[in-house]
Design a protein around this ligand. Structure first.
Ligand code: NAD
Length: 280
């Protein structure tokens, strides 16, 4: 049977490490504060925002919640971001995506001070990752790196194949694996013979957004399989981009859904907040 990579346990460990760190910082008079902005009341976004606030409370990070109405204009949102950029006591700013259609997400992301961009979406932070400089890294791929490292999985010299090239998962994932000296291939919807390319992988990261697409036809025997997808199946149960029952018997390690990559995203957001508190 494969090693089941336990994202729930690893994320809990990271949160406990951060709680201790935040406690020590508090003793030195350093407080960490995250501002969370939500525009509109999309139910999924409200759940994510609620979970982020809960994680902050557990670790000892203060959170400021800005719940703005759906009709908020881009100008109003940018003004609020400007105010939060200027507030010394706010270390991190998070704007919950997606935003309503009348607001330009790119403009909003660019308005956040890169030193407070705990989501790691600002072009300056993406560029820093690209050229190997310090900066905030997008939370989901940063979490996957922690899953691999804390599970004792070597990346250097390995064939790594990332399926998906989104700005928040696929691309930063590829850059992180490259930074760890993996030999990285990025695949996408136009890739020819995806099965053959995926089968080269020692480490396969599926961030396709298609339920159970990755069957054992895509997986080399003994590969490590990381499943980023989150979907609800016909019975309202969570499943990933990987057909777990089909793939698990032939791989050496695999992340389950739920309980794999999912819990790591918030843990790494908290990690970025604590880092933000240490930036002068
Ligand atoms: P996205 O839709 O932005 O990107 C999907 C990528 O997959 C695209 O680059 C596309 O080219 C590629 N793709 C689509 N169909 C393909 C195909 N048939 N063959 C090859 N490539 C194909 O999605 P995303 O934001 O990167 O998210 C991917 C999945 O991960 C989704 O299920 C999402 O819900 C999930 N997700 C989970 C977390 C988490 O915290 N666990 C965070 C972000 C996203």
């Amino acid at each position: 049977m494969p090693q089941i990579i336990d994202g729930k346990a690893i994320s809990a460990q990271i949160k406990d490490e951060l709680k201790e760190k935040v406690g020590t910082l508090k003793e030195k008079g350093v407080r960490i504060c995250l501002a969370v902005i939500q525009v509109g009341n999309d139910p999924a976004s409200s759940v994510y925002v609620g979970n982020k606030k809960k994680a902050c409370a557990y670790i000892g990070i203060e959170s400021l919640a800005y719940e703005l109405p759906e009709e908020t204009t881009q100008e109003e949102l940018l003004r609020l971001i400007g105010e939060l950029n200027a507030k010394k006591e706010v270390n991190g700013i998070l704007v919950q995506l997606p935003l309503p259609d009348h607001i330009d997400e790119g403009a909003v992301i660019r308005a956040i001070d890169p030193k407070k961009d705990v989501d790691g979406f600002h072009p300056q932070n993406v560029g820093a990752l690209c050229i190997g400089q310090p900066g905030f890294v997008s939370c989901t791929p940063a979490g996957i790196l922690q899953l691999l490292k804390r599970s004792g999985i070597e990346i250097a010299g390995k064939e790594c194949v990332v399926i998906g090239r989104s700005n928040i998962v696929g691309k930063p994932m590829a850059l992180l694996l490259l930074r760890e000296n993996g030999t990285v291939t990025v695949t996408h919807s136009k890739t020819k013979d995806l099965k053959a390319v995926a089968k080269r992988a020692d480490i396969l990261v599926a961030a396709v957004g298609r339920p159970k697409m990755i069957t054992r036809d895509y997986v080399k025997e003994g590969a490590v399989v990381i499943d980023v997808g989150i979907h609800r199946n016909e019975n309202n149960k969570l499943c990933g981009d990987v057909d777990y029952d089909d793939v698990a018997p032939i791989c050496s390690a695999i992340t389950p859904v739920p309980g794999g990559v999912g819990p790591m995203t918030i843990a790494m957001l908290m990690y970025n907040c604590v880092e933000a508190g240490n930036i002068k």
